[in-house]
Design a protein around this ligand. Sequence first.
Ligand code: HEC
Length: 108
Amino acid sequence: MKLRSFFLVTVISFGIMGSVVSADVTKGQKWYTKGCKSCHGTGTKGAAMHTQDEWDDLFANGGEKIIKAHANDKSAAYFNSDDFKNRAKDIRDFLFEYGSDSGNVPAC
Ligand code: HEC
């Protein structure tokens, strides 16, 4: 009986973790639409700019490379703001989920 309830708890926690992951992707899509779409187009286009490995690289070290890529652009202030810092992980999750080699296509 004990083993059975442990199994149930495990299944339930995985369910919760699963929904947290997809919430990040949904949030990331929202931040992308707000912060990136005006320059890089729809989420489909934006995420397809890079493969999943490349997105990992661009967002490594708190987004060092993606911040650098915008250093001479008018969006630089956004990339150096707390807004971006707080959202970077969600944006990365969204772009990674739909990276050019992911086989996934977002609805926006
Ligand atoms: C105000 C316009 C603007 C906004 C907003 C903006 N970008 Fe950019 N982005 C640029 C420009 C300009 C470059 C540098 C020129 C280039 O490589 O296209 C660039 C470069 C990049 C690059 C590297 C270049 C490449 O092709 O790999 C990536 C990745 C990128 N942007 C993603 C994003 C993401 C993600 C967001 C939102 C968090 C964003 N950008 C917001 C204008 C913008």
